[in-house]
Design a protein around this ligand. Structure first.
Ligand SMILES: Nc1ncnc2c1ncn2[C@@H]1O[C@H](COP(=O)(O)OP(=O)(O)OP(=O)(O)O)[C@@H](O)[C@H]1O
Length: 339
């Protein structure tokens, strides 16, 4: 890090690490957008200025290096590598042992199914808080095969689970570009412009209708805002687990959204009863009476059926579009669906 700081122009450093602006502004240096290196800039500072700021050149340099090293350490810590998460069963609502050990790896899609009130959200909550026999289910959750350290359990910074919930209520009147930029800045992303472009492009691929960078977020449709959140989570969030709740009616390309998250090596947990989403998953956890009653791996036969379901779904989308255009559906639906 020290070598990089001493040999790189400040222009370049600010471009790659925009948060360094705060460092200079805090000590009153305004002309940091320059092709000089930090040492050259400090050499050019007037002695009066240094007197006012109460520091020698050497001190400022050491503070700057320390600041950059601290931030890069924080960034390293927040990108904790998860190789696997294990849920060790506890008991169901009647106190019966679950007798199950469930291991999940990055890039897997796991669906959770079960009746209303059966305990689906509880399982997700156990994973989110890395339960250690201290929740109603008595489950334990291990990270990379070990009991997670306390800071992983209770740190807000290193949030393990990113939640994608149904309603995105934007309260600030920002454009898409401003909103994503703000988020990228708070994540200390290095190449903000590039990241923002990529997220907007990706969100547009997921959303049914396109939107531009200067669309106010409050003007996005439900599907568009959800697509934006999914792209944002996939590309910006360091959380290794993504929890999706009811993606089904969101007007988002569900298959593409899942592919994107999986490509980014996230563990995707999804509470859903949509047959297409459920069969897109690698396995599904069946919850009954508060306990994990079964883990079903998606079989080859199911994958074959998934192809048929996707074809039927595409036809249903066509029917929906016909209705939108004010058309009648009076033709023989059996021909239309080829059944
Ligand atoms: N093993 C358990 N032992 C004791 N209480 C449990 C257990 N599992 C779940 N519960 C409790 O049962 C209630 C319902 O569970 P939960 O909200 O997780 O159900 P759900 O399947 O997500 O329901 P819905 O589909 O309606 O959202 C919660 O209060 C939860 O804490």
């Amino acid at each position: 890090m020290k070598e990089y700081i001493l040999s790189t122009t400040l222009d370049q450093i600010v471009k790659e690490h925009p948060y360094v602006e705060d460092f200079f502004i805090s000590i009153g240096i305004r002309n940091f957008h320059t092709s000089l290196t930090i040492e050259e800039l400090l050499y050019n500072l007037a002695d009066d200025f240094l007197e006012d700021c109460g520091m020698e050149r050497e001190q400022i340099l050491n503070h700057f290096i320390g600041f950059m090293e601290k931030i890069s350490e924080l960034k390293r810590q927040s990108s904790l590598t998860i190789e696997e998460i294990t849920v060790i069963g506890g008991q169901d609502k009647s106190g019966n042992h679950e007798n199950v050990t469930l291991t999940m790896k990055p890039g897997e899609i796991i669906c959770i199914v079960g009746a209303t009130g059966s305990g689906k959200s509880r399982l997700l909550a156990d994973i989110e808080c890395l339960a250690q026999k201290d929740t109603p289910t008595g489950r334990r959750v291990l990270l990379n095969g070990e009991i997670p350290p306390l800071d992983k359990r209770f740190s807000i910074e290193h949030k393990l689970v990113a939640q994608l919930s149904q309603n995105m209520n934007f309260i600030m009147d920002l454009t898409v570009e401003e909103f994503v930029t703000m988020h990228a800045e708070s994540r200390m992303v290095s190449h903000i412009d590039q990241a923002v472009q990529m997220i907007a492009q990706c969100a547009n691929e997921l959303a049914g209708e396109k939107f531009t960078m200067d669309t106010p977020v409050t003007a996005l449709s439900g599907g568009q805002s959800r697509a934006l959140m999914i792209a944002d989570t996939a590309l910006l969030s360091t959380s290794p687990i993504v929890l999706i709740d009811e993606i089904e009616n969101a007007g988002v390309d569900r298959k593409k959204a899942l592919e994107l998250l999986v490509k980014k090596e996230k563990i995707v947990l999804m509470s859903t009863h949509d047959p297409i989403l459920a069969l897109l998953g690698d396995k599904r956890i069946v919850i009954k009476n508060g306990g994990i009653s079964k883990i079903i791996e998606t079989s080859q036969v199911e994958r074959g059926n998934l192809k048929l379901l996707q074809r039927l779904d595409a036809r249903l989308v066509e029917l929906r579009n016909m209705l939108r255009r004010g058309k009648k559906i009076e033709f023989d639906a059996r021909d239309f669906f080829e059944i």
